[in-house]
Design a protein around this ligand. Sequence first.
Ligand code: TTP
Ligand code: MN
Ligand code: MN
Ligand code: MN
Length: 335
Amino acid sequence: CAHPSAKPESAVSPYACQRRTTLDNHNKIFTDALEVLAENLELCGNQGPSLAFRRAASMLKSLPAALRRLEETQHLPCLGEHSRAIIEVQHEPRPSLSVSTHISSHLSCSAPAEALINTLSHRFLFYEDISKPVSRTEASALKIIVEEAVICVNPSATVSITGGFRRGKEFGHDVDFIIKTPEAGQEDVILPAVIKRFKSQNILLYSDLQESTFDLRKLPTHCFEAMDHFSKCFLIIKLKREQETDARAGKDWRAVRVDLVAPPLERFTYALLGWTGSTLFLRDLRRFARLERGKLLDNHALYDKATNTFLPAKTEEDIFAHLGLEYIEPWQRNA
Ligand code: TTP
Ligand code: MN
Ligand code: MN
Ligand code: MN
């Protein structure tokens, strides 16, 4: 029988870590609508419904082709009643009235952006700049700046790009770097030294240094931790423009958000995996580890509850193998 719907559905996993999600999104009209909605809900403090829409969008991003008929969603996971309604509305040929406002009106939006505004206020001066996406070219230029500073402080340290740019994205809201230091203890001193160097170069606009609170003896064995304890800093850096694109403003630089993390060497692989994201991919990887494999994964370690042991990993492949998962490349983690 040749009818496509009679074919046994090739099962899509409800876990993002069992799907390959590249940036080649064939269902953008649906995922955009779902993500706008998720974002609005998040700002209103409705984390639960927001996550449900994010999961739905993420699942659709992994599909090899565009949805053509609503019935095709029947065998797909992660789609609740509301997500199906969004897909249905987006399917209709009439000019899509704002689906998000339609749905949002059903959900209360109390005490909204106050916390957000507070967070942003100390960066207000650079708000216009940092709200503009960072390009891959700018990320590469920053890598040279960060690398130069890191090597100047510690010639044996190395810098790798992580976050969205490691997943192959062309644009990001910031640039994330992970620093590898081969000598124990170096991870605690490298970031303050790098910040000092940026200051002396007059390219540091803002810095928030979080010193390491990592303690090897206190690795969690009961639940994984959402936040990691590594030495890290959130920076705003002046990046020289290639060309004077904004001559009227007379400003030959733009402000860019940069995140640096420096884990201890033996924690590097777990930290790299965690910081590569995407956030939703990692969320599902941890959930899968716990629910399907009885293991706890976070940015510090992978712990097996059955044997009460920490599982070693030299590479990201090792971590996927411990979890009995096919390896998913960084550019396939855009869940
Ligand atoms: P982000 O930089 O927030 O996101 P992104 O790089 O995927 O996307 P964008 O282009 O918008 O910047 O975070 C990158 C990853 O780092 C994300 O999976 C969460 C993780 N992370 C940690 O694990 N610990 C931390 O303390 C922080 C700040 C981020
Ligand atoms: Mn394709
Ligand atoms: Mn990022
Ligand atoms: Mn970041």
